[in-house]
Ligand binder design. Structure first.
Ligand SMILES: [Cu+2]
Length: 172
């Protein structure tokens, strides 16, 4: 059986790594933004702790609930907060990276089903070492949370800017 195992290791490197390395990453505090049924886009947030000894990157995410999932960051342009697509997100060994409202986030675009408070969305995170982690993400109404400046700007971002961005023409 050894040659066969070797072939599998070559053909499915991602699968092999998944089994070996899944425990190196800890996902916590995940939630997604509830949006009105007409909304095409939402965002998900979570913290990722790299418990391994190697620096890794979050390289992509996907979900059956959205046509496209992108990693996004924010930047200030004048008085505006604009988001942009990130190629990846660094998670150094032993460190925790927080994806949060007003910062880096996972963008769910072209929602295929409603994102209602109390619901749940499945998201798979893909890492640079071939690891993939499935996360069950509860959907929350963020408007019920305590308001602060970052939160307010994040709400405007979530409800207006996303829809007006021409995601469809973004080049990959
Ligand atoms: Cu975004």
């Amino acid at each position: 059986m050894k040659p066969l195992a070797a072939i599998f290791a070559i053909v499915f490197p991602a699968m092999t790594s998944m089994a070996l390395k899944a425990a190196d990453v800890e996902i916590k505090d995940q939630y997604a933004r509830a949006v009105p049924a007409v909304s095409k886009n939402s965002a998900a947030f979570l913290t990722i702790t790299n418990k391994g000894k190697q620096d890794i990157k979050l390289v992509s995410a996907d979900s059956a609930s959205a046509a496209r999932v992108e990693l996004h960051g924010h930047k200030h342009e004048g008085n505006m907060m604009k988001m942009f697509e990130l190629e990846d997100i660094d998670i150094p060994a032993g460190k925790t990276e927080s994806l949060k409202s007003g910062g880096n986030h996972i963008m769910l675009m072209g929602l295929k089903r409603p994102m209602e408070a109390g619901g749940e969305v499945d998201i798979t995170l893909h890492f640079s070492d071939g690891d993939a982690v499935d996360v069950k993400v509860p959907v929350k109404d963020l408007r019920q949370q305590t308001k602060d400046a970052a939160h307010d700007s994040a709400m405007k971002h979530g409800e207006m800017n996303h829809g007006s961005m021409d995601h469809g023409s973004m080049d990959h």
